[in-house]
Design a protein around this ligand. Structure first.
Ligand SMILES: [Zn+2]
Length: 327
């Protein structure tokens, strides 16, 4: 493991590493894609380091070397066995037993729990006692993307550290350094990633701008009856479905809002605003609401990775979408 902070975390780091005394449990919370895991990892390396210099892990001591090799015996990461699943009570019990043992490197022990909201009530209760009276000098670092889902008993035992997203300027600057995009493209990708620079970077790796262009042009062709739902569904079958559903959900929302408010400034990214504005007054309201429900329902299935045939799913979506603009 290498531990590295993002540039927007300097202030956060100061408030953690600069404490005169370390607490035994921290809860790092904030939106997904703000870099909480990186912060927790760097903090873990720092807490384990035997010779930290100027509030940074030294990178040279045995502890730092073990950390870098991802073999530090006194660092435990508690995660769901499968992404999106809960953290099992058995895993928590195993962890609790482990932290009762003496630390192997003679220093602190660090436990990273991510995401903390994946603990079931049973798992959380099994952890409570350790959180309250940690054995030896164990430090817990809990990471939460959905703070409101956490049990109050867990929150109250931790030092709360909010980890907000960087502002747009900082995000764009960072994205520009990470990619070959110009400033305007960075703003676009950032908007597609709901303001998270790290999610934006993931989208870039998935070639999001090219996909977006192809999808926007496809939707225009569809409304002009120049493409059929089945042709487009076939052409889009290899695109990430969660991305497509995210966009269509947003577009349905924007059409609905414009229909109600006629507010030009609320039409989303420029590439689709003219189309949405054209469709809004013409789409039958009942059909629009029905389409929105369908989209939200199927988006949930996509996010839960329910096995579906991509081409059939997209064709269903596009048939509904085309009907929003009656001939
Ligand atoms: Zn060190």
């Amino acid at each position: 493991m290498s531990s590295k902070l993002y540039p927007w975390q300097a202030g956060l780091w100061q408030s953690l590493a600069g404490r005169s005394q370390q607490a035994h449990a921290y809860l790092l919370h904030g939106p997904a894609g703000s870099g909480k895991r990186a912060l927790a990892e760097h903090f873990a390396a720092f807490l384990l380091c035997k010779a930290s210099l100027q509030q940074q892990p030294c990178g040279q001591c045995t502890s730092c070397k073990l950390y870098a090799a991802d073999t530090h015996p006194d660092l435990v990461r508690l995660e769901p066995e499968e992404e999106g699943k809960g953290i099992l009570i058995a895993s928590v019990r195993e962890l609790v037993a482990k932290i009762l043992q003496t630390s192997q490197q003679g220093g602190r022990k660090v436990v990273i729990v991510e995401p903390a909201e994946a603990m079931t009530t049973g798992s959380a209760n099994a952890l409570l006692k350790s959180l309250e009276e940690p054995a030896g000098s164990t430090v817990f670092l809990l990471i939460s993307h959905q703070f409101s889902f956490l049990l109050p008993t867990i929150k109250s035992r931790c030092v709360l550290q909010a980890c907000p997203l960087p502002n747009e300027q900082e995000s764009v600057q960072w994205l520009q350094q990470q990619s070959e995009l110009n400033e305007e493209q960075c703003h676009t990708v950032l908007a597609l990633a709901s303001g998270s620079p790290l999610s934006a970077q993931k989208l870039l790796n998935a070639d999001v701008l090219a996909i977006r262009e192809q999808v926007v042009s496809g939707v225009k062709q569809l409304f002009k009856q120049h493409s059929s739902p089945s042709d487009l569904a076939l052409a889009w079958a290899k695109m990430p479905p969660e991305l497509l559903f995210e966009w269509f959900c947003q577009w349905a929302q924007l059409i609905l809002r414009y229909k109600m408010t006629e507010d030009d400034s609320q039409l989303g990214l420029a590439d689709m605003s003219v189309v949405l504005k054209h469709v809004a007054p013409r789409a039958p309201l009942a059909l629009l609401l029905e389409t929105q429900d369908w989209l939200l329902e199927h988006r949930q299935k996509v996010l839960r990775r329910v096995p579906l045939r991509a081409d059939l799913l997209l064709e269903g979506l596009l048939v509904r979408w085309q009907a929003l603009l009656p001939r």
